[in-house]
Design a protein around this ligand. Structure first.
Ligand SMILES: C[S@@+](CC[C@H](N)C(=O)[O-])C[C@H]1O[C@@H](n2cnc3c(N)ncnc32)[C@H](O)[C@@H]1O
Ligand code: SF4
Length: 404
């Protein structure tokens, strides 16, 4: 073990009785075209971005393997319960490349036999048989970035696919996978409640096991931040969310997290683990990790720019920054995640994941109950409807006190 790894195993500010479940996130950073609203670590590949030639798939897969090998001392002996291949547009990689990636993962880590293995796919990269080949490579769950089934909004969002391709991709996913997800966005430029209902008609018509529905946000440093489109006002956006929640509930999907709706047995284990403040090792350009040790919780970030990531990984330096989460910040970090869960959490989970006594939460919990944002039954803590509507205010109650 090198000296920086040894540090992680030393005595520290907290004491964890057991380590949380571990997930693996793998970031594939390229897209055909950058969407104007997107602030993810995604980079255009192709003529439009001035590149000639094929994506450096083999070189990137080699970097991922090296990255995982270098990370092994941080996760020795721990089983991996899920893999999420996200992006970017992972479906740009060939099925043979994904097969190689998953073989490398299986060779290096203890992947549970029933591990959930998700791959993000874009309908613009869909070709007949491709999804089936991803399934054969070991992917168990596809997450399709549909956004809308209406060409007008797909154009407004700068997407590379059209509505017909979106329908074809979802129909094919339903054929090839026992479980899959559709990503939709709402409060789109020029969208009315009627338009949203038409998107929901199509989405629910496919009877997807899982739906993720996101409010379009205008993120800093995106094209939309400097050229903001006209989007529905706040009241209309609230009405849209009410409509989404009511229609999915009536048709049998449970809203188990702020943006996630699932049929029984189809919750996303990987994301569920994030919200339960579980551990994840993130490999690939710009990937984030959260890893627990007996006496500390550590966050890592990898180099964002793909070439820099590949070059630095070849030198054994995939990680660009590493920080220990202070005992003072752990309560807020835990609550930021756990309060997103519709059914809340048991207070014992707080101690299990942070190594801190639940008294650390008491003052803020009481305040949240007084505001009518939280309800408690014994040790079970759950946001109320109102608390869910004012989630960022509720989460902010758990921020550490500023130093006096
Ligand atoms: C990491 S992206 C990757 C999915 C894939 N690259 C795609 O776009 O088809 C996952 C999802 O986040 C959502 N998303 C991305 N940017 C967003 C934004 N600014 N506001 C709301 N949702 C966003 C989209 O629904 C997208 O499908
Ligand atoms: S396809 Fe997805 S990851 Fe790529 S730019 Fe668009 S939203 Fe971002």
């Amino acid at each position: 073990m090198n000296s920086s790894v040894v540090q992680l195993y030393r005595p520290g500010a907290v004491q964890l009785a057991a380590l949380p479940p571990l997930a693996l996130y793998i970031h594939l950073p390229w897209c055909l075209k950058k969407c104007p609203y997107c602030d993810f670590n995604s980079h255009e590949w192709g003529a439009a971005a001035g590149q000639t030639g094929a994506m450096p798939e083999q070189a990137y897969l080699a970097a991922l393997r090296a990255d995982l090998e270098q990370s092994l001392p941080l996760i020795w002996g721990r089983p991996v319960h899920s893999v999420f291949i996200g992006g970017g547009t992972p479906s740009l990689f060939s099925p043979a490349g994904i097969d190689q990636l998953l073989s490398d993962v299986r060779a290096l880590v203890r992947l549970e036999a029933d591990a959930e293995i998700t791959l993000e796919a874009n309908p613009g990269t869909f070709e007949k048989d491709r999804f089936r080949q991803f399934r054969q490579a070991g992917v168990t769950r596809l997450s399709i970035g549909v956004q809308s089934f209406n060409d007008r909004f797909l154009v407004a969002l700068g997407r590379v696919h059209n509505a017909q391709q979106a329908r074809a991709a979802v129909a094919e996913a339903a054929q090839c996978f026992d479980t899959f997800n559709i990503d939709l966005m709402y409060a789109l430029p020029g969208q009315s409640l009627g338009d949203l209902n038409m998107d929901l008609d199509v989405a629910l018509g496919f009877n997807p096991p899982h739906l993720s529905v996101y409010h379009l946000t205008l993120e800093p440093n995106t094209y939309f931040a400097s050229h903001p489109p006209v989007v529905p006002d706040e009241d209309t956006a609230y009405d849209m969310l009410d409509q989404i929640t009511a229609r999915t509930a009536a048709a049998g999907w449970a809203r188990y997290e702020v943006s996630a709706y699932a049929r029984a047995g189809h919750r996303c284990w990987h994301n569920w683990n994030y919200w339960q403040f579980g551990d994840y090792l993130g490999i690939g350009a710009g990937a984030h990790s959260k890893l627990s040790f007996a006496h500390r919780v550590v966050r890592q970030v990898r180099w964002r720019e793909p070439k820099q990531y590949m070059d630095n990984t070849a030198r054994g330096q995939a990680v660009s920054s590493e920080t220990e989460v202070s005992a003072q910040d752990l309560p807020f970090e835990f609550m930021l995640n756990a309060l997103r869960l519709r059914d809340g959490f048991d207070l014992s989970l707080f101690s299990e994941r942070t190594g801190l006594p639940t008294q650390r939460l008491q003052a803020a919990l009481l305040q949240a109950q007084r505001q009518g944002w939280l309800e408690r039954q014994g040790n079970q803590v759950r946001p109320t409807e109102r608390g869910f509507d004012f989630l960022s205010d509720l989460q902010a109650l758990f921020l550490p006190e500023p130093p006096r």
